[in-house]
Design a protein around this ligand. Structure first.
Ligand code: PGA
Length: 246
């Protein structure tokens, strides 16, 4: 399995940020892990152009469940593909919270992504209140069961475990807590998708930075990271790529 360092720029970045892409490619022209950046939709085509013939993959941060139509302000999976994307993040906790996205909607978006030939990065994770209530594993089971359509393979699906309370806060779960959830996700996927599940990438996300990346990547069943804030600067994201490439 090739491990995956994925960056989520969220609502950040402009044309000037392409300098970070060039810097990243300068640092890692040929990384041994996969390297993906997901800029805002306005920059997907520009970044895909900048990354042409390089090791950098480009993805979207969301897509509509429908292929086209009267949905003002939305972007379809086919449009992302056409702009040069290979991946799309779906069901990020910020979208689940800000846009009331349900597991069912994430499931429909995943089908749409697959129809367009994109690999879906489906995000799951508990809030702090849910962790305190001791329902983390059952909640993750429900999110996986509801958000992932039948037909998932290691080619078309990546899972990102992102505890909501760790996103953008500088706080991370203990390595034992990360390992417990990742083992649980692998077991759930294996029960449903059989031997395919062994090769599915399970990313950890939430305050991953150069200083904690190596220890997180050493946890069994952690196959990479989904990185927010630290993906905006080539120096930081490059250091995380380096930690994953060992
Ligand atoms: P963060 O965000 O690395 O800034 O915590 C992670 C994410 O939301 O994907």
């Amino acid at each position: 399995m090739k491990r995956l360092a994925a960056g989520n720029w969220k609502m950040n970045g402009s044309s000037a940020s392409m300098a970070e892409v060039q810097a990243l490619l300068g640092q890692h022209p040929n990384p041994s892990c996969e390297m993906l950046l997901c800029p805002p939709a306005t920059l997907v085509a520009q970044m895909a152009w900048a990354a042409k013939s390089s090791a950098l993959l480009v993805g979207g941060q969301d897509c509509h469940a429908n292929a086209s139509g009267a949905h003002t302000g939305d972007v379809s999976a086919a449009m992302l593909k056409d702009a040069g994307a290979s991946h799309v993040i779906l069901g990020h906790s910020e979208r689940r919270a800000d846009h009331h996205e349900t597991n069912l909607l994430v499931n429909q978006k995943t089908i749409s992504a697959w129809s367009a030939g994109l690999c879906a990065i489906v995000c799951v994770g508990e809030t702090e209140a849910e962790r305190d209530a001791g329902v983390t594993l059952s909640l993750i089971s429900d999110q996986l069961a509801g958000s992932i359509p039948d037909g998932a393979t290691s080619e078309n699906l990546v899972i990102a475990y992102e505890p909501v309370w760790a996103i953008g806060t500088g706080r991370t779960p203990t390595l034992v807590q990360i390992g417990e959830v990742h083992d649980h996700i692998r077991a759930q996927l294996t029960a449903r998708f059989g031997s395919n599940a062994a090769e599915m990438r399970l990313l950890y996300g939430g305050s991953v930075k150069p200083s904690n990346a190596a220890e997180i990547f050493a946890v069994p069943n952690v196959d990479g990271a989904l990185v927010g804030g630290a993906s905006l600067k080539a120096a930081d994201f490059g250091a995380i790529v380096a930690a994953l490439s060992i």
